[in-house]
Ligand binder design. Structure first.
Ligand code: GDP
Ligand code: CA
Length: 322
């Protein structure tokens, strides 16, 4: 069994290649839930859904999130309530787009959770309904929330305002400077997938954001310990290429939170838990600096712009996981 530590888009692209190389049923992906939020009273798990929709070949290829052939009738109908809602109410939020078909996933998840099912159980059911055979495991059944502290005043807020990850990522389009990130609830949450972390033949840290996708998993008790114990068979793929993220705020967050924004910065973050780092050909000149962090370094084409490239990266990654 191969175990993959996963965020959203970067992980989903890697997993779509991995299922071409090993049977989907032999893959367990432990997925970040720090991005999870409640909107309209609905439980939303963006990273789980991105991975599920991608593996089901149902993701919108242009947006990179949500379902393809989506309609937006419900979101449009919310607009009438915006003027009616009293001050201070967060009802009818329109800053977070939820397509009509996507809403059905959140309806189902919310209904099952309210019946007493765990997030892990509901995730298995949603995967089954989408025909996804990869075993997707939320990092915990408990509530853990990624909280972002802004570096400066944010609109009416004061210095050091704390906002939820989705407010940072979607409402502010990650264009505000960040001073700190923490994972509320992580110290008491119980991690899922620890058995997979000890029994997997190989563990892959997907090319996901190290600070807001992989860090929440690592914040859970037992995860770093399980990884460091067997770091020789843990291989990571850098989401930073030529000093930049392909998408999203990973590069700015690295700098803002005091890390070197390069494959060497990624190596420093992962060296305690991971024996091998796969870096892009564009960073080949930094391979010896990665190795100076005590990791093996593999140079490969890591931009997964097509399914074939995802498959090739998955193959190279597994070949170099010893
Ligand atoms: P999110 O939760 O949807 O933001 O996604 P992730 O945390 O899984 O992935 C975001 C990171 O994936 C960004 O830092 C991107 O640079 C990285 N990423 C996305 N696509 C690719 C790719 O094709 N190759 C590599 N190496 N990194 C990628
Ligand atoms: Ca995410």
């Amino acid at each position: 069994m191969i175990c993959v530590l996963a965020g959203g888009v970067g992980a989903a692209r890697f997993l779509r290649g991995l299922i071409q190389v090993v049977p989907a049923a032999d893959i367990t992906a432990i997925v970040n839930t720090g991005d999870d939020t409640i909107l309209h009273g609905l439980n939303i798990s963006p990273d789980l859904d991105t991975v599920t929709y991608t593996l089901a070949n149902a993701i919108d290829p242009v947006r990179g999130w949500g379902l393809e052939n989506e309609s937006w009738t419900a979101m449009g109908a919310l607009a009438r309530f915006v003027d009616a809602r009293p001050q201070g109410s967060s009802a009818a939020p329109t800053w977070f787009n939820l397509g009509d078909k996507d809403l059905a996933t959140h309806f189902y998840r919310t209904a099952r959770l309210s019946e007493g099912a765990t997030l892990a159980q509901v995730t298995t059911e949603i995967c089954k309904s989408f025909g996804v055979d990869v075993h997707l495991v939320p990092m915990t059944n408990d509530r853990v929330s990624t909280v972002v502290t802004l570096a400066q005043d944010c609109a009416a807020g004061s210095a050091g305002t704390e906002i939820t990850f989705q407010e940072y990522f979607v409402k502010h389009q990650h264009s505000v400077a960040v001073r700190n990130v923490h994972f509320a609830g992580a110290s008491t949450a119980s991690a899922l997938g620890l058995d997979a972390l000890s029994s997997a033949q190989t563990i892959v840290i997907a090319p996901s954001n190290p600070l807001v996708s992989i860090a929440p998993l690592r914040a859970l008790q037992g995860v770093d310990a399980a990884l460091s114990k067997r770091r020789d068979s843990v291989v990571a793929i850098s989401p930073i290429i030529a000093g930049a993220a392909l998408k999203g705020p990973a590069d700015r967050l690295m700098t803002e939170l005091g890390h070197e924004c390069s494959v060497v910065g990624v190596a420093k973050l992962y060296a305690p838990i991971c024996g091998t780092l796969v870096i892009d050909s564009a960073d080949a000149h930094l391979a010896q600096h990665v190795e100076a962090q005590g990791m093996r370094c593999v140079v490969a084409d890591t931009v997964m712009s097509t399914p074939a490239k995802s498959q090739n990266l998955a193959r190279v990654t597994l070949e170099n996981a010893t």
